[in-house]
Design a binder for this molecule. Structure first.
Ligand SMILES: Nc1ncnc2c1ncn2[C@@H]1O[C@H](COP(=O)(O)OP(=O)(O)O)[C@@H](O)[C@H]1O
Ligand SMILES: [Mg+2]
Length: 360
């Protein structure tokens, strides 16, 4: 048991549409001031999970608790407006006929003066106090998004549910608004559950990532851990391109063009995939056929021939064909390195950056 009750606790949540289960046994918890990202490909059930927590979708089973009190479970269901939950969607809509201040004050209860003061304070916090009496159409997209944020935060929700809230903004605006949003939510002690299909966004925003696939959470952890210790090949591939070297286990070892790899606990004959991200493939020159300088950390080098090279901004992407197997590999290297197709080079891979998975 955790020492403090999580703000949001979801257990064994299942949802289906027309008899097809799209959310299966989802369990997660979010603490006060914590940001949890539900990350996964389109269609994996993220929005359905969020909508069930908000109360606008009725789950088949499971329990949802907010500050320890059930809002959905065997005993029944609390209606959305009484759950203490705030929602921000990509297609947020401000009320066009209300001023910016009235939009923010809309969901508030109490005296008019107090509502206005709260709206004012929040608009100041998102640097929009000069637009108090403007109407939404007079604001840019980014400014409208900040008004929507202020409006969602105004009633002090205990849990903020955000569904791809930044995907409608252009890149330049996005980073600023993301950081500002996070700072504000942390200040207010809100528990945040943010849905996104972009790994970079999740890693940037999350204290913890829950990786979702086909309605299930396949891995949970801090961004560093999910990235560096993926649960399976698909989890590794979700965060970046990966190179996959195929092998078969013999005496807890697997032979590859890069030498032998440990495959502990795998019985003989198991087929394994060894995955490595392109930025962890090292390249060395052929030195007129003498091969690379050996470095123990990088293990056995394998000779390969350049298929093509592309410059992609801060780095170059080089595609190879391995001499030994004819298999393809890609490597990313910092800055400009554009060897011509046909150039022989040597590849080395960092053992500590490889993931060995039994093939499924
Ligand atoms: N109202 C609905 N009626 C029928 N099927 C739906 C409905 N909403 C979502 N789905 C289906 O449920 C699955 C999960 O959808 P969703 O939760 O929106 O995924 P995500 O947000 O991860 O992209 C998808 O296959 C989608 O087509
Ligand atoms: Mg969605």
């Amino acid at each position: 048991m955790p020492l403090t009750t999580p703000r949001l606790q979801v257990d064994d949540l299942c949802c289906s549409f027309d008899g097809r289960q799209v959310v299966s046994d989802v369990t997660l918890s979010v603490a006060e001031g914590q940001v949890m990202c539900l990350l996964g490909p389109s269609g994996c059930g993220k929005s359905t999970t969020l909508r069930a927590i908000a109360g606008v979708e009725i789950p088949d089973s499971g329990t949802i608790r907010i500050d320890g009190a059930p809002v959905f479970g065997p005993e029944g269901s609390v209606p959305p407006e009484h759950r203490g939950v705030g929602l921000i969607f990509q297609d947020f809509a401000l009320f066009p006929h209300l001023s910016v201040a009235d939009n923010v004050a809309f969901g508030l209860k109490g005296r008019k003066k107090d509502k206005r003061a709260r709206a004012h304070a929040l608009l100041e916090r998102v640097h929009l106090e000069r637009y108090l009496d403007s109407y939404p159409h007079e604001l840019s997209g980014g400014e409208q998004q900040r008004v929507a944020l202020a409006r969602a935060i105004a009633p002090k929700p205990r849990v903020m549910l955000m569904d791809e809230p930044f995907s409608g903004l252009d890149n330049r605006l996005r980073d600023g608004i993301r950081d500002e949003t996070l700072a504000l939510l942390k200040e207010e002690g809100t528990a945040v559950l943010l849905v996104t299909h972009e790994p970079e966004e999740a890693m940037r925003m999350a204290d913890e990532i829950a990786l979702m696939r086909d309605g299930r959470i396949v891995q949970r952890g801090a961004p560093y851990n999910v990235y560096n210790a993926p649960a399976d090949r698909a989890a590794a591939a979700f965060f970046s391109d990966i190179n996959v070297i195929e092998g078969e286990v013999n005496g807890a070892l697997t032979d590859t063009p890069f030498g032998q790899f440990l495959a502990p606990g795998q019985p003989d004959g198991t087929r394994v995939d060894i995955a490595i991200r392109p930025q962890h493939v090292r390249i060395d020159f052929d030195r007129d056929g003498r091969g690379p300088n050996p470095t123990p950390q990088d293990g056995t080098p394998a000779r390969a021939v350049v298929v093509r090279s592309r410059f992609i901004g801060n780095e170059s992407l080089v595609e190879f064909r391995l001499d030994a197997t004819g298999g393809k590999m890609i490597a990313t290297v910092p800055s400009v390195f554009l060897p011509k197709p046909g150039t022989p080079l040597w590849l080395m891979i960092r053992r500590d950056r490889c993931f060995v998975f039994p093939r499924t």
